[in-house]
Design a protein around this ligand. Sequence first.
Ligand code: ITT
Ligand code: NA
Length: 186
Amino acid sequence: KVINFITGNKHKVKEAKGIFENFGIELEHTDLGYPEVQGELVDVAKFGAEYAASKLEGPAIVEDAGLFIKALNWFPGTYSSYVQETLGNEGILKLMNDVKDRYAEFRSVIGYCTPKTEPEVFLGAVPGHIAYEERGNNGFAYDPLFIPEGYDKTFGELTTDEKNEFSHRRRSLEKFASWLNEHAAE
Ligand code: ITT
Ligand code: NA
């Protein structure tokens, strides 16, 4: 099976390719620049997938992801792209200065749609903590800040393969892959 992943983020493509190898799905990448409505991850993913499927005239997935920090009322959450480009990781660390409760989670929602069907969504999350400083050069964006539960390394210090074993993206894509293998007639 070949699935088209619509994203402007090449790091996501690399991770998704590694994950799909386990499920016999081949990934094609198209950077369509789909319009992103502001809102809940699920709604963004549904809208994006529907748009992509109709544009490409074929099955497509998109992903909307974000970092949700408990002590900041789950900020940056659905604003994660904008906040990464403006405040950046240094800005997040400043907001977390003196904050003891460092609980956070990464969330990923995959939206899947075909020209003939309604969009489906698949959710994945990974719990963890915000580090006190950026650590590691692997991964991207918020990875150097995020220490997954049960580890003492950040995602920035793990290899792509290690992150792919249990990341939010692994979890959402794995749900999608299982669903596809059960349902896909195309
Ligand atoms: P597309 O929407 O084109 O797929 P994007 O980079 O805008 O790419 P998102 O809106 O899903 O992706 O992500 C929101 C922000 O969270 C953005 O700054 C991402 O770089 C960041 N992000 C997403 N997944 C991440 C991960 O696994 N590790 C670190 N940062 C991540
Ligand atoms: Na985005």
